[in-house]
Design a protein around this ligand. Structure first.
Ligand code: TXA
Ligand code: MG
Length: 316
């Protein structure tokens, strides 16, 4: 059976979703970045169901979503740099990885037993309404089967996971379109774990230059598997034109079969990226060629997602 889809701006739908979450259910939740698959962060059975629904490896920790800094401070240590970043960018597409408090109301499975927790206050009005109605942290990975393309509409959620969750809230198309930028603040230093919907330069204006994840002395992000966001078709990047059997995803002056942004606007390209990968896949090409995207601003996160979509996949 496929989960019912209700309008996310309906107070009745929010109340019903909060009840389902309290009872250990799973809810497809709109956020401004991508749709999330929400569960009660402190209910181990619900979180186990969430990992199973996504087919997600249990070593890959989840983001705890909160209403605001006040709720965040019930979960994690809160150094001055976290306060500054939250004041500047919350609610919004920024996730902070911080040391976990012993008393944090989060089950071990939610953060994969680490001594840190990833926290984000989402900006979408319906996500905020749901968090307020629920009254505590909700874990929510992107609402797609693990390794697949992230969902930016309720229909994407329904197609990918509809038979494995209890309710989907339809809050329209995601306005940012890329997952949040993930920053770790451990040992007083800010490290970029995942480029995302908040540009590096805006963060560095507060933190100074970000350390790069993966360096020997930097924390690693367990979720940054090489192959991710993978459509059915193969992918070829930085393509000025389509080869035979290929469909071309354009940008700017390279029109292609579908253009991420005819005017070369990176924010527009980010918003459209995941839906465009699905549409290109539906054309049935053996390979999706993608025009070059400048690696500045949001282009850093767009190119990160494209490189993962193009990375060699498991034999299966
Ligand atoms: O925009 C977003 O962030 C969306 C929406 C739904 O909020 N969520 C999302 O969740 O993208 P997910 O689970 O697909 O990605 C979470 C990322 C993963 O790369 C994970 O490894 C990393 O955050 N992460 C979570 N907790 C962590 C921790 N304690 N330490 C390091 N990395 C962590
Ligand atoms: Mg994801």
């Amino acid at each position: 059976m496929t989960a019912p889809v209700l309008p996310a701006d309906s107070p009745d739908a929010i109340a019903r979703a909060a009840t389902i979450l309290r009872e250990g259910g799973l809810v497809g939740m709109p956020t401004e970045t991508v749709y999330g698959l929400a569960a009660d962060a402190n209910n181990a059975a619900a979180v186990a169901r969430l990992y199973a629904a996504k087919g997600r490896p249990r070593f890959n920790p989840l983001i705890a979503h909160v209403t605001d800094a006040e709720m965040a401070r019930t979960l994690v240590e809160w150094p001055g740099m976290a306060a500054e970043l939250a004041t500047a960018f919350w609610p919004g597409p920024l996730t902070l990885v911080l040391p976990k408090l012993n008393a944090a109301p989060i089950c071990d499975l939610a953060n994969a037993g680490l001594d840190s927790v990833a926290i984000r206050a989402p900006g979408h009005a319906s996500a905020r309404a749901l968090l307020a109605a629920f009254g505590g942290p909700l874990v929510a990975p992107s609402a797609n089967p693990s390794g697949g393309v992230s969902p930016t509409t309720a229909q994407h959620v329904s197609e990918g996971l509809g038979d494995r969750l209890d309710l989907i809230l339809d809050g329209g198309s995601c306005t940012v379109g890329l997952e949040s930028t993930v920053i770790a603040i451990l040992d007083g230093r800010a490290t970029l774990l995942r480029p995302g919907g908040l540009e590096r330069a805006r963060i560095e204006a507060i933190t100074g230059p970000l350390a790069a994840a993966g360096h020997a002395d930097a924390p690693a992000s367990p979720g940054m598997l090489a192959s991710h966001y993978a459509p059915r078709a193969a992918m070829r990047l930085n393509a000025p034109s389509a080869g035979s059997g290929e469909a071309l995803l354009g940008f700017g002056a390279i029109a292609g079969d579908l253009n991420l942004s005819a005017s070369g606007d990176l924010a527009e390209a980010a918003t459209r990226l995941f839906a465009a990968l699905r549409e290109m896949d539906a054309l049935g090409p053996s390979c999706i060629a993608v025009a070059p995207i400048p690696d500045e601003g949001l282009g850093e996160a767009i190119n990160d997602r494209l490189q993962r979509a193009a990375a060699p996949r498991d034999g299966s």
